[in-house]
Design a binder for this molecule. Structure first.
Ligand SMILES: Cc1cc2nc3c(=O)[nH]c(=O)nc-3n(C[C@H](O)[C@H](O)[C@H](O)COP(=O)(O)O)c2cc1C
Length: 640
């Protein structure tokens, strides 16, 4: 059959200066923290970016390359474009991206008053100064100095030098970070720039730094070399600028750029709008690009929780934007662009916006993704041993860990059968199907099923695996992924498990017992349906099992929609509601229990030593989350 693209607009080329992009899907800038302490690229960092080039993105944008390292690092680890040894790493990076047919771009950045100067090594830390548009003391107590004109001049020049270096290294285009509350935006924002010299006051004055930087870069790279400018279309903190002001900035700079990248939000509002959470609509920031596009003649790009090919095709087709950018979606599935081009949208692992990628950087200075075990170990994965001899593999359990194990083993060439006791795949994820903000989480089941089928996994539903079953099948390897079962802490006709909310009758007044991640999400969902919800947790903290970026988004929803009772233990259910240890009755028609899971130890024990090699993965080892199940499943599949 002849090939006809299902997404012709997303797959169409775009000319930027002298460069032609092969499609409209761009990998947005993402920093990779595992650099040297001097800000030099590592092989791991190069492999991190290369993966998205292999996956078919038109452009891969390297994140956080800092033009003026002493004053400008937006994070503890960012690329140092002033280091005398920077060129080789940059050259290897540009080559790694370009050899897969993607254009290589790099983000020129300066953190301004939010620079992480405190994390400079040794003596330099003591001497380092934070510069912003004006003198101020930040909420964390750090002192910011008004940037003197000679420092402005030096920084403007450093953009030009950095641009020349990147061009020499082989980059095809450059992105100037003018948004998210970093230096350029600090100068443009009337909220943060109250200077009275030619860099403050009028709009033109506040945009002067941006214009000087763009001129400095253009002088360095010459005509025809594409320059992209990333801006925030609004700042959602009090006093921050709004869309009209962003339109004016776009107008002021458009003559100097080739592509306008319209993001939103700022460091000052904790990037709330910048990385839309699972509680916000996919593509919620596209409206900004759509509006700004009406006022400028350069191509405009949209970003923010985009992962759905149909939606992205519509954005280009309807003229809301000329290109789409994705960050998190291309961690979850670096091959997304290729799958779009090849009409394989049903194989895309869609980002669930769990924020693991961002939180893990804060926690461990590494980059990982809950859905993609390859992230962070791209380099070492290049050296994985080829398969010596295909083996017969039996997987017991069709939850996410079992599916990932089966998929990984089958993709590596093993003969795999997956047995699921119930009539449906998905395990613990099945119960998420009713929750609108967990749509992408539930969607993982369909994607993994499709990918397993394509990889040749034989799927048997309603097939319970016990020791006799294993002996009958005689596999070389048994992977046990039989999951966990929910704990039921109370008895009563009005008590249901969180897992059963789609099936059970729930009254108008609900107590959710257990304030972990599951309890909080369940409470938010039930409240969104118009119920009056009280969330009861015996510890003092809610969602202690959520990551540091996920938790604030969830807490905002919890406190906006539910009554919260912490530090109180629920004792028993009676007809009127939940009776607590302190004697209080919390009235409710229904009590929803979300107090945790217990691994299915009995099944696990019954399957030990039933095959020459037995592996245990996921919740049946320790009840945890999707990330742990996927990681365990993947590595079990890889280790065969
Ligand atoms: C892991 C990660 C690292 C990021 N690093 C950068 C960066 O270095 N520079 C930048 O401008 N934005 C960075 N961002 C923001 C993204 O470019 C993007 O604006 C944001 O994630 C929203 O897009 P998304 O919804 O497609 O993820 C990062 C985002 C993520 C998830």
């Amino acid at each position: 059959m002849s090939y006809k693209p299902q997404y012709p607009y997303l797959c169409s080329p775009l000319k930027l200066g002298t460069l032609t992009l092969k499609n409209r899907m761009i990998s947005a800038p993402m920093g990779f923290p595992e650099l040297t302490s001097e800000g030099l690229l590592t092989r791991d960092a190069i492999a991190f970016y290369e993966l998205r080039a292999k996956g078919g993105a038109a452009v891969v944008t390297v994140g956080e390359a800092v033009v003026h390292y002493e004053t400008g690092r937006s994070h503890g680890r960012s690329i140092n474009l002033q280091h005398p040894d920077a060129l080789a790493g940059l050259t290897n990076l540009a080559r790694a991206i370009k050899r897969h047919g993607a254009a290589a771009s790099i983000e020129l950045a300066h953190g301004g008053k939010f620079s992480a100067v405190d994390s400079l090594p040794g003596e330099r830390k003591r001497e380092a100064v934070k510069y912003g548009p004006v003198d101020e003391t930040l909420p964390d107590g750090s002192v910011v100095k008004m940037m003197p004109k000679e420092v402005i001049k030096e920084i403007v020049e450093s953009y030009g030098k950095a641009a020349a270096l990147c061009k020499r290294a082989g980059f095809d285009m450059l992105l100037v970070h003018g948004g998210h509350g970093w230096l350029i935006e600090q100068f443009y924002s009337p909220a943060t720039n109250t200077r009275t010299d030619e860099y403050g006051g009028s709009r033109e004055n506040r945009a002067r730094l941006a214009l000087e930087i763009l001129d400095s870069i253009r002088a360095a790279v010459g005509k025809g070399f594409p320059i992209e400018f990333r801006m925030s279309a609004e700042e959602s903190f009090e006093g921050g600028y709004r869309l009209e002001e962003a339109v004016e900035l776009a107008r002021l700079i458009e003559g100097r750029i080739d592509l306008l990248h319209v993001s939103a939000g700022s460091n000052e509002d904790s990037f709330y709008e910048t990385h839309p959470s699972m509680f916000m609509e996919r593509g919620c920031n596209v409206r900004f690009a759509q509006e700004i596009k009406k006022h400028v003649s350069v191509p405009v790009g949209a970003i923010g929780a985009l992962n759905e090919p149909d939606m992205m095709e519509d954005i280009i087709k309807s003229g809301k934007a000329d290109v789409v950018y994705m960050a998190r979606a291309l961690l979850a599935d670096p091959e997304l662009p290729r799958k779009v081009v090849q009409n394989r949208a049903d194989e895309i692992m869609r980002c669930i916006r769990c924020f693991t990628c961002l939180a893990e950087r804060m926690r461990t200075q590494t980059r990982i993704c809950a859905l993609n075990p390859l992230i962070g170990r791209e380099y070492e994965s290049l050296f994985e041993r080829p398969l010596s001899m295909p083996k017969k593999v039996l997987v017991a359990g069709g939850g996410v860990g079992g599916m990932e194990a089966a998929l990984t083993a089958a993709e590596r060439g093993h003969r795999v059968t997956l047995c699921e006791k119930s009539g449906a795949l998905g395990g613990a994820l099945v119960s998420e199907r009713h929750i609108p903000f967990k749509k992408d989480v539930y969607g993982i089941i369909g994607t993994l099923k499709r990918r397993m089928e394509l990889a040749g996994v034989e799927i048997r539903l309603n097939a319970e695996v016990d020791a006799d079953y294993v002996r009958g099948e005689a596999p070389d390897v048994l992977i046990v992924a039989v999951g966990a079962e929910p704990l039921m802490p109370l008895k009563g006709k009005n008590v249901v498990l969180a897992e059963d909310i789609g099936k059970a009758e729930i009254g108008g007044r609900v107590v959710v017992l257990g304030g972990g991640l599951v309890g909080c999400e369940t409470a938010v969902f039930l409240a969104s349906e118009g119920r009056s919800v009280t969330l009861v947790e015996m510890a003092d903290t809610l969602a202690a099992d959520a990551n540091a970026r996920q938790r604030p988004a969830l807490m905002e929803k919890v406190y906006a929609s539910c009554r919260v009772v912490t530090g109180v233990r629920g004792l028993y259910a009676d007809e009127a509601g939940l009776v607590c240890e302190n004697g209080a009755l919390i009235e409710a028609d229904t009590i929803v229990a979300a107090v945790g899971q217990r691994p299915r130890y009995e099944i696990v024990d019954g399957l030990r030593n039933t095959a020459p090699e037995v592996k245990f993965v996921g919740d049946c080892v320790r009840a945890a989350n999707i990330r742990e199940a996927i990681f365990a499943g993947y590595h079990a599949g890889m280790d065969i």
